[in-house]
Write a protein that binds this ligand. Structure first.
Ligand code: AQP
Length: 332
C-alpha cells in the first residue's frame, strides 16, 4: 500500500518587507519541498503585532507578502496557503497551550531577549508568549516537518517539549514534529553587522536586502556591506564574518561551493566580488519581481486564494482543537 504523503507547516511574519535572509533560510526550501510534501504555509500576522505595526502598514505588508510568496513559487492550488488571523483556531489553541508552558521556558528564549532589548518601551505579554502561538500554529496541523531558519530552532524545540508534555498528560494527541534547517543559508547575517542576523525589521536599511529592492538598491547595499581590511575572498566565519556572509549569499544564489567562489574571485579584491553579488542577486529576483507586480494588481485572485486557504486550514486545525478540548474536559 502506498504511504500517505508527509506533511509540513511553516510561516512568515508580515512584519516588514521580506528579505533574502527569509528567502534563503526558509521560502526557497518551502518552494522546493512542495513536490514531496503536503504543505501548509501561513502569513503569521498575529505574530507580527508583538511589535507595534501601523494598521495601514500591516495590511499592505500582509497582502504584499502573500503576493510575493506566490511570486516566489508557492502554489496556492497545490499547497494550503492562508493568513493566520483568518483562522481563529490558532489563537484558541495558543491560549490553551499557554497553560502547559512554563514561565521559565519562555524566559530563556533568545528571540524574546533580543526583541525586548530592541523594543524596551513595549515589552508586552504577546512578545513573551510569541513562541506558544508558534507551538499552536505547528501542532494544529499534525505535521511531520517544519522548515525554518536557524533562529527559530529554539522555538521548535519548545514545540516538541510542549507536545510531549501534553501527550504524557492526556495520551497521544499531537504529532512530534522535526525541524528542517538548510545546510547553507540557515542564518544570513546583517550586511552592516555580520555578528547579527539579517532581519526585515532592522531600522538600518543597509543591513538587509529585500527581494523587492530595485537593482540599484541591491547593488548599493552590497557595495556598502561591512567586510574586513584584508582583500582576499576566503571563507572564514570567525576571522572574516562579513566576507563569509557574502560568500554564503552568493553560494545560496548560484549553487557554487566556497572553493569554487574562492577560485572565481582569486586576486580580484572585494570591490569586484561585491559588485558580482549585487548583479547576481538582482538578476535572480528580477523574474520574481515581475510576477509580483502582476499578482499584486489582481486583488480578486489573491482574495480567492487566501479565502480558500483559510477555509481549508480551519477544517484541518479545528479537528485537532476539538480533540484537545475534549481531552482537557471542556463541555462538548
Ligand atoms: N537572516 C535569516 N537567515 C535565514 N533565515 C531567516 N529567517 C529569518 N531571518 C533569517 C527565517 O525566515 C522564516 C520567517 O521568519 P519570520 O518572519 O517568521 O520571523 P523572524 O525569524 O523573526 O524573521 P525576521 O526577518 O528577523 O523578522 P523580524 O525582523 O520581524 O523579527 C523563519 O523560518 C526564519 O527562521
Amino acid at each position: 500500500m502506498e504511504e500517505p504523503a508527509k506533511t509540513l507547516f511553516s510561516a512568515i511574519q508580515p512584519s516588514g518587507i521580506i528579505t533574502i535572509g527569509n528567502y534563503f533560510g526558509a521560502i526557497k526550501n518551502w518552494v522546493e519541498l512542495q513536490d514531496d510534501y503536503n504543505c501548509m504555509f501561513a502569513l503569521a500576522d498575529l505574530h507580527a503585532i508583538t511589535v507595534f505595526q501601523r494598521p495601514e502598514n500591516l495590511k499592505k505588508n500582509t497582502l504584499e507578502a502573500y503576493a510575493l510568496l506566490l511570486a516566489c513559487g508557492i502554489d496556492a492550488e497545490k499547497s494550503l496557503f492562508f493568513i493566520q488571523s483568518q483562522v481563529n483556531t490558532h489563537s484558541q489553541l495558543a491560549w490553551i497551550l499557554d497553560c502547559y508552558t512554563q514561565f521559565g521556558e519562555l524566559s530563556r528564549m533568545t528571540q524574546f531577549k533580543d526583541k525586548s532589548t530592541k523594543h524596551s518601551d513595549n515589552i508586552n505579554c504577546g512578545l513573551f508568549a510569541y513562541p506558544v502561538l508558534m507551538v499552536a500554529d505547528i501542532l494544529l496541523y499534525q505535521v511531520d516537518m517544519v522548515p525554518i531558519g536557524l533562529d527559530q530552532k529554539q522555538h521548535l524545540e519548545l514545540t516538541r517539549t510542549v507536545a510531549e508534555r501534553f501527550n504524557f498528560l492526556y495520551g497521544e494527541t499531537f504529532k512530534i514534529t522535526e525541524a528542517y534547517i538548510p545546510k547553507n543559508g540557515s542564518k544570513i547575517m546583517s550586511l552592516q553587522d555580520p555578528g547579527r542576523k539579517m532581519s526585515k525589521s532592522d531600522e538600518n536599511l543597509n543591513a538587509w536586502v529585500a527581494i523587492l529592492d530595485s537593482k540599484d538598491e541591491i547593488i548599493k547595499k552590497f557595495k556598502r556591506a561591512v567586510t574586513d581590511s584584508d582583500s582576499c575572498v576566503r571563507y572564514d566565519d570567525k576571522a572574516k564574518p562579513g566576507i563569509s556572509n557574502l560568500m554564503t549569499i552568493y553560494s545560496c544564489a548560484t549553487g557554487k561551493s566556497f572553493d569554487e567562489i574562492e577560485k572565481e574571485f582569486d586576486g580580484v579584491g572585494y570591490g569586484k566580488f561585491k559588485e558580482a553579488i549585487g548583479e547576481c542577486i538582482a538578476d535572480k529576483f528580477a523574474p520574481v519581481q515581475s510576477r509580483f507586480n502582476e499578482l499584486i494588481k489582481d486583488k480578486e485572485y489573491l482574495e480567492k486564494c487566501y479565502r480558500k486557504g483559510a477555509k481549508e486550514a480551519f477544517e484541518i486545525s479545528n479537528r485537532t482543537l476539538n480533540e484537545v478540548m475534549k481531552k482537557i474536559g471542556f463541555v462538548q
